[in-house]
Ligand binder design. Structure first.
Ligand SMILES: CC(C)(COP(=O)(O)OP(=O)(O)OC[C@H]1O[C@@H](n2cnc3c(N)ncnc32)[C@H](O)[C@@H]1OP(=O)(O)O)[C@@H](O)C(=O)NCCC(=O)NCCS
Length: 214
């Protein structure tokens, strides 16, 4: 199900799901305004109308709601601006960022692949990894800005990373997720990663996952 739509009056909405009108059984779309709407945050509209068209003053027929796709940019040599984007996003979804550690760790890595997802030029998510050895790619860090979660962005970045790894000849993708990061764990499992082990750090249990690139 596509989730992000732009209304013809230019506002963004997230489709939450489809429902039935309790009296008429008409198919409805349940959706959420992704901006401050003083009237209501959640809306319902008949499916037929949601996916229909609107006649503009100049006579043109346009979709009432048009699907919006994130742009994904692939970066193999991150610039200062790219690193800043990652740091700002980490601050948004982790609530903190250790920029010095992030930069020092990244400097030591080879075959870096940074994927940045944006909506109309605004970075909303990233996924970053590097070569672990000749055949194995390590998917290190990533996330989506809280305002743009549950729109399929992390899933899209994961698929793009997989395609990039395949094109580069990697045979496996490995990742680690703390047990408490349930959303990430669930996403990895749904994208075909297998749990191959665990690792206990002083604070958290990490789950080690792997996916074959075929
Ligand atoms: C985990 C995370 C990256 C998911 O990003 P996202 O762009 O919202 O993910 P998607 O919209 O592509 O979600 C794909 C699937 O992942 C799972 N998922 C995502 N968020 C979830 C949540 N909050 N709870 C449960 N499952 C979730 C669902 O299966 C979802 O599919 P669905 O929406 O059809 O049910 C995001 O929640 C995040 O940035 N979290 C904080 C950072 C983090 O934990 N990073 C991992 C450590 S490096």
């Amino acid at each position: 199900m596509h989730k992000l739509y732009r209304h013809y009056k230019n506002k963004l909405y997230r489709v939450k799901g489809f429902t039935k009108h309790s009296e008429t059984l008409e198919g409805m779309v349940h959706y959420e305004a992704l901006y401050e709407n003083p009237t209501a945050r959640f809306w319902s509209r008949p499916k037929k109308m949601f996916f229909g068209t609107v006649k503009m003053e100049d006579g043109r027929e346009v979709p009432r709601f048009a699907p919006v796709e994130a742009d994904v940019r692939t970066v193999t040599s991150p610039t200062e601006n790219d690193l800043k984007i990652c740091e700002d996003l980490m601050a948004s979804f982790f609530g903190f960022v250790d920029a010095q550690d992030f930069r020092e760790t990244l400097k030591l890595k080879t075959k870096v692949c940074l994927l940045i997802a944006s909506f109309e030029g605004k970075p909303v998510g990233f996924k970053l990894g590097y070569a672990q050895d000749a055949g194995e790619f390590y998917s290190w860090l990533g996330g989506t800005h809280p305002d743009y979660q549950r729109l399929g962005i992390a899933g899209r970045l994961m698929k793009t990373q997989y395609d990039w790894c395949k094109a580069q000849g990697f045979k496996k993708i490995r990742t680690k997720t703390e047990n408490r990061h349930r959303a990430m764990l669930r996403l990895n499992l749904r994208q075909g990663f297998q749990i191959i082990g665990t690792q206990q750090s002083s604070e958290h249990l990490k789950v080690i996952l792997e996916k074959a690139v075929i």
